[in-house]
Write a protein that binds this ligand. Structure first.
Ligand SMILES: O=C(O)C1=C[C@@H](OP(=O)(O)O)[C@@H](O)[C@H](O)C1
Ligand SMILES: C=C(OP(=O)(O)O)C(=O)O
Length: 443
């Protein structure tokens, strides 16, 4: 939901060793998809471990507006009674996706091949983000899109009455574009094909297969090719959402930079398309072990044990960017506490997230004593084994910027303040109690 709540400043102070267990919330990407596929299935989908962050709650409301029955049974436990592929009803009101790029882009895809009309809106951050990357391919299916200048929200989609399948090469590596096209392809006859230059997170493909769709992925000379057979009957599946590796990154980073820390983060997804931060941290010399590796709900998971220790700067190659796209803000913090230079390459997509994350991190880190250089596509941090701190950082309605600076403050010489911690609730509503439970001094 878009709201103009009062800003909520928060301050993090140098803390003693962090210890204990960090049970981070359910994966945000999988949570959105469980609700949307549940709504498109025929029958009842039972979900456990759903992230109850505002982004996902907005997707739940949207699925109700399109005619699905969505009920909360208990903490993280939800039931969705779906309407079937092509069964969405026309919503009576505007669909407000709040702060969530994933929510709005996937839902636009899911309705674009059904003959109904819907208007989408979002908060100030989402209204600045590019939507043409999704509406362009949706028009190829036959949907009609009315948007203001620059293809931003609010926009209206009139779904195709007689959709045609599409073969689409994504112009940027984006799981949101890929997923929107695949979800639109569900109600088009024949094969819808998405080609991506680098593989992006594959939760949509895994879950569609789990719900009984015929879908295959292969690597060819052209790239990573996903082929979906349209008009399946989706069969409800129990979905057990693993814990979010992108949320886990914050307590993990805190334990790595606060001297003497040792924490355990159980049940975190280790999906290879989401694993780039952890690969990078191991290269930096981080002391992380992955215990009890197992499969849960179609995703590989492990318990992470993380200990503080010395870190060194590394170069993160551009082909790794997609597998850690949301983790660069917190990596830039960790890089300040390493010795030596960390270069993050191929990160231009960070400029069109909830904020321009390259700009937001560089400005805040420099204000707190770091040496950072940026180009349109790279961020370089000259690590000095610590940070002075003492400054207030602007979070620009961006949860990951807020959490990154708060983690930085736990190990800086002086406290670090963020001007607004409110957006943290979009993806990690229990961030404060969880971090305080480990010994973090944040108020
Ligand atoms: O598909 C998803 O669930 C997501 C894809 C990524 O966005 P892009 O596809 O725009 O890179 C990521 O940044 C976002 O947090 C979640
Ligand atoms: C980019 C993010 O989310 P979204 O695109 O769904 O707003 C994120 O959670 O870091």
């Amino acid at each position: 939901m878009s709201h103009s709540a009062e800003p909520l400043p928060m301050t993090a102070r140098r803390s003693g060793p962090l210890a204990g267990e960090a049970k981070v919330p359910g994966d945000k990407s999988i949570s959105h998809r469980a609700l949307i596929l549940g709504a498109l299935a025929v029958g009842e989908t039972h979900i456990t471990g759903l992230l109850e962050g505002q982004d996902v709650l907005d997707t739940a409301s949207a699925m109700r507006a399109f005619g699905a029955q969505v009920e909360r049974l208990g903490e993280g436990e939800w039931r969705v009674r779906g309407v079937g592929v092509g069964g969405f009803a026309e919503p009576e009101g505007v669909i407000d996706c709040g702060n969530s790029g994933t929510g709005v882009r996937l839902i636009m895809g899911a309705m674009a091949t059904t003959p109904i009309t819907a208007t989408f809106t979002g908060d100030a951050s989402l209204s600045r983000r590019p939507m043409g990357r999704v509406t362009d391919p949706l028009e190829l299916f036959g949907a009609q899109v009315t948007a203001r200048e620059g293809k931003r929200l609010p926009l209206t989609i009139r779904g195709a009455a007689d959709p045609v399948p599409v073969r689409y090469k994504t112009p940027v590596a984006s799981a949101q574009i890929k997923s929107a096209v695949l979800l639109a392809g569900l109600n088009a006859p024949g094969e819808t094909v998405v080609v991506e230059s680098e593989p992006t997170r594959d939760h949509t493909e895994r879950m569609l297969a789990g719900f009984g769709a015929s879908i295959r992925s292969e690597t060819t000379d052209e790239g990573h090719v996903i082929t979906l057979q349209g008009r399946p009957e989706l069969k409800p599946q129990p979905v057990a959402v693993p814990r979010d590796p992108s949320s886990a990154a914050f307590p993990v980073a805190a334990a790595l930079i606060v001297p003497g820390s040792q924490i355990r983060v159980p049940g975190v997804s280790r999906n290879p398309t989401r694993d780039g931060l952890y690969v990078t941290l191991l290269e930096m010399g981080a002391d992380i072990s992955f215990q009890n590796q197992r499969e849960e709900g179609g995703e590989p998971v492990a318990d992470l044990v993380v200990r503080h220790g010395p870190l060194k700067g590394v170069t993160v190659p551009p082909e790794r960017a997609a597998s850690m796209i949301d983790e660069f803000p917190i990596l830039s913090v960790i890089a300040c506490f390493a010795e030596g230079t960390t270069v993050m390459q191929g990160v231009h997509e960070l400029r069109v997230k909830e904020s321009d994350r390259i700009e937001a991190m560089a400005t805040g880190l420099v204000a707190n004593g770091a040496a950072v250089e940026t180009t349109p596509d790279t961020m370089t941090v000259h690590g000095k084994g610590g940070l002075t701190g003492g400054a207030t950082c602007a979070t620009h309605l961006d949860h990951r910027i807020a959490m990154s600076f708060l983690v930085a403050g736990l190990a800086s010489e002086q406290p670090i303040t963020v001007d607004d911690g409110g957006p943290i609730a979009t993806s990690f509503p229990d961030f404060l109690p969880l971090m305080r439970g480990l010994g973090a001094r944040i108020d």
